[in-house]
Design a protein around this ligand. Structure first.
Ligand code: AMP
Length: 424
């Protein structure tokens, strides 16, 4: 047999990496709870039709799509929003609004693997459904801010935009939606000349070109510039006003917005309003992103329902934490090796292990039947805190030997006082 490797783009997360990932997941869950987002667990496999409906050409081409044995065309979810939109038109149809949902788990995209880009990766996803007010968009950005802070990241900054600005211009110039999507997709990749080739009207072209020049260091000034630049375009001007309101609320909430980009676009097609991403200076890949999608639920057969949301790239947040050398602040549980002196004391050792676990101490019982020296060497190598040595002589006095592996000291401790001694 050959030795097996993971499939290209798939990774094993071993102990430390898995711990870092669950640390971030826990923080995301904590954030969800603080903001009142209730968790929903949806399937990894969904109908291809659902996932492809509005995710955009870019992601559609990168989906893991296949036929199941019942000849249904299905795909691995490339994101959570479509699944949540499905819920909103079915099981959660009659839920009072606003509806706040939280999901966390793996998603799949056939991206070209590189640092921070994998084919299986993890996201936490927050959706706020049922309102088009700017405070909803602000909430989504602010909870992302909280998560970034909760995992210990520094100097992160937000980039904001509004697809309503460019779409507003294009709609008024009678550019059809498909072409609009193609233009936004190229803008997302900063291929502006390619994007402009798809525009016929000279006036429209000059407005679009002009929008590339609007950025300034002051985010509020940029918004004002956008507003006056699109004055003749009614929907675009409304969008600029909406962006200004969101920006004001987010700034009041103490969140660092570094740039407002008039031509900012995102890969997913369903966005209709504010869009944003968050970065740290050391990495040029986004740690998370989201925006408003007011048409998706209707497209899935539901009532017209405005919504906004965000997906955080958890693998990239872990990468950012490593890059900034932030150490998780969770209290490390004491780890104890429990070693019986001989075969006959296995049962006693097991009983003591259970007692330690009941007190919240991590206990690893010697299960390899090794001699004391070997077992202690192994506990040392694994950087355990203590070894509890179970011997006949001490047991007669209802006691065991506790060895502090770092200090290399040991003492006889009554079993009744064991947990307390270890916890310290
Ligand atoms: P999106 O669903 O495209 O808005 O992506 C949300 C976040 O997921 C991004 O900001 C990234 O942090 C993360 N992400 C997207 N694609 C990948 C990938 N191939 N590998 C790892 N993380 C990703």
């Amino acid at each position: 047999m050959p030795t097996f490797q993971t499939v290209r783009g798939m990774r094993d997360l071993l102990a430390e990496e898995a711990e870092a990932m669950t640390f971030v997941m826990d923080k995301a869950r904590e954030t969800a709870q603080l903001y009142g987002y209730r968790e929903v667990i949806t399937p990894v496999i969904e109908p291809y039709e659902l996932l492809s409906a509005k995710s955009g050409e870019e992601i559609r081409q990168r989906m893991f799509t296949f036929k199941d044995l019942g000849n249904r065309t299905v795909a691995l979810r490339p994101e959570f929003t479509s699944s949540v939109a499905r819920l909103v038109t079915t099981s959660l149809k009659n839920e009072p609004k606003p509806l706040r949902t939280f999901s966390v788990g793996s998603v799949y995209r056939y991206d070209e693997p590189q640092r921070g880009r994998y084919r299986e990766f993890y996201q936490s996803d927050f959706e706020l459904i049922g309102t088009s007010n700017p405070e909803a968009d602000a909430e989504i950005i602010l909870l992302t801010d909280r998560l970034m802070r909760a995992v210990g990241l520094r100097n992160y900054a937000f980039k904001l935009g509004h697809v309503g600005v460019i779409r507003g211009i294009l709609t008024q110039e009678n550019v059809d939606e498909k072409t609009q999507n193609a233009i936004l997709q190229r803008m997302d990749k900063k291929e502006f000349e390619e994007a402009f080739k798809l525009v016929e009207s000279e006036e429209c072209l000059s407005t679009l070109r002009g929008s590339l020049e609007l950025k300034s260091d002051d985010v509020f000034k940029t918004v004002e510039r956008i507003k006056s630049h699109v004055e003749g375009y009614c929907k675009a001007a409304e969008s600029a006003e909406d962006l200004k309101n969101i920006l004001r609320l987010v700034t009041e909430g103490g969140c660092p917005v570094q740039t407002v980009e008039p031509t900012f676009a995102r890969g997913l097609e369903y966005y209709t309003g504010m869009i944003f991403e968050v970065y740290i200076p050391e990495l040029d890949i986004a740690l998370g992103g989201g925006g408003r999608y007011d048409k998706l639920i209707e497209l899935f057969g539901g009532e017209p329902t405005p919504a906004t949301g965000v997906a955080h790239g958890l693998d990239r947040i872990v990468l950012a934490m490593q890059t900034q050398k932030t150490t998780p602040t969770t209290e490390r549980k004491k780890r104890v090796a429990v070693v019986p002196i001989n075969e006959a004391l296995k049962g006693e050792a097991l009983r003591i292990s259970q007692m330690l676990r009941n007190a919240g101490i991590s206990a690893e019982l010697e299960v390899m039947g090794r001699k004391m020296n070997k077992a202690l060497e192994d506990a040392d190598r694994r950087k355990m805190d203590y070894a509890v040595i179970v011997g006949e002589r001490e047991l007669k006095q209802s006691a065991v030997v506790v060895r502090d592996l770092a200090k290399r000291e040991q003492a006889v401790v009554e079993i009744a006082k064991l947990s307390k001694t270890i916890i310290g």
